[in-house]
Design a binder for this molecule. Structure first.
Ligand SMILES: NC(=O)c1ccc[n+]([C@@H]2O[C@H](COP(=O)([O-])OP(=O)(O)OC[C@H]3O[C@@H](n4cnc5c(N)ncnc54)[C@H](OP(=O)(O)O)[C@@H]3O)[C@@H](O)[C@H]2O)c1
Length: 270
């Protein structure tokens, strides 16, 4: 099984490290990028590299697209026609399945993915959607590659990938904003910057670990730590009264709408 990466940037580097950790031999991985400096950064992983995308895909069983949305159409149209058995995995944000199919040969098996930034630390979560040409073995291969940088969920409809984008794709930034606000508030309450940052980040880590336990339910976790008349209840009452749930709902809707609009901006109809 040979895996070719088109684009050797941050996400490709993380996916390649994940593959190696899970046992894929370096000799079975090739990365293509016009920037030799990007390829040099991956040289210590022992993989094959090339500045020619066509060379990378020639003998590949799987082709992973890890390039920017703006250039995806031209890169795919310049590739030699892929063979029917070659699975294409796209992690390109905002390029929909119809555009990928327009730019690739008919009935090419394609898995479209939406990973998120914590994948760079092996702690990502990815939404995956397969077209009807993808067989069961290829679904498993795509899932295995993305699970190398965290975990994954399949969606049955492509429109659900826009919801995944709104929840987990953009989600890390929502938590960063909350943490930023908490750090500022901690400082206003008299704590120094380092202490504030550490308290906030470690609290986020601890809460996330509890929420990631099997069968954990955020509402139950919240109730369990909220004593009547206590400090947590005082804070949560302010958040509820000042409309935090409605703000979150509107924010995620805005992100989903923007994901739909971006697909039109960079897609094959643009
Ligand atoms: N990073 C994330 O957290 C994240 C999350 C979800 C989705 N994504 C998606 O993943 C994709 C890659 O993101 P990234 O963060 O890895 O970006 P990146 O670090 O900029 O990597 C893209 C790489 O593609 C190279 N490239 C440019 N033109 C090329 C060509 N014609 N052929 C082959 N390679 C070419 C770029 O080289 P130059 O730098 O020289 O242009 C760069 O090394 C994007 O579509 C992004 O939307 C990323």
């Amino acid at each position: 099984m040979t895996i070719a990466f088109i684009g050797a940037g941050n996400m490709a580097g993380s996916l390649i490290r994940g593959l190696k950790t899970s046992g894929t031999p370096a000799g079975h991985i090739v990365a293509a990028d016009p920037a030799q400096a990007q390829l040099n950064a991956l040289a210590n992983l022992g993989i094959k590299t090339t500045t020619d995308n066509a060379v990378a895909v020639d003998t590949a069983d799987i082709v992973v697209l890890a390039i920017k949305p703006q250039i995806t159409g031209s890169v795919l149209q310049q590739l030699p026609p892929l063979k029917r058995h070659q699975l294409v995995i796209s992690i390109v944000a905002g390029i929909d399945m119809r555009s990928l199919q327009d730019w690739l040969p008919n009935e090419q098996p394609i898995v479209r993915c939406m990973p998120n930034t914590p994948a760079l630390l092996g702690a990502g979560i990815t939404g995956l959607f397969a077209n009807s040409s993808v067989n069961d073995a290829q679904r498993q291969e795509a899932q295995d590659i993305l699970n190398g940088v965290g975990s994954s969920v399949w969606v049955a409809e492509e429109t659900q990938l826009d919801a995944v984008t709104a929840v987990s794709g953009s989600g890390p930034a929502y938590y960063f904003l909350l943490m930023e606000s908490m750090v500022a508030s901690a400082r206003a309450l008299g704590l120094d910057a380092d202490t504030s940052r550490k308290l906030v980040a470690e609290t986020a880590r601890g809460a996330a670990l509890m929420a990631c336990e099997p069968d954990a339910d955020p509402a139950t976790l919240r109730r369990n730590v909220t004593s009547p008349g206590g400090t947590t209840e005082a804070a949560l009452n302010v958040m509820q009264e000042q409309g935090l749930p409605t703000t979150v709902e509107n924010a995620l809707k805005a992100a989903k709408d923007r994901a739909e609009a971006l697909a039109l901006e960079f897609g094959s109809d643009a």
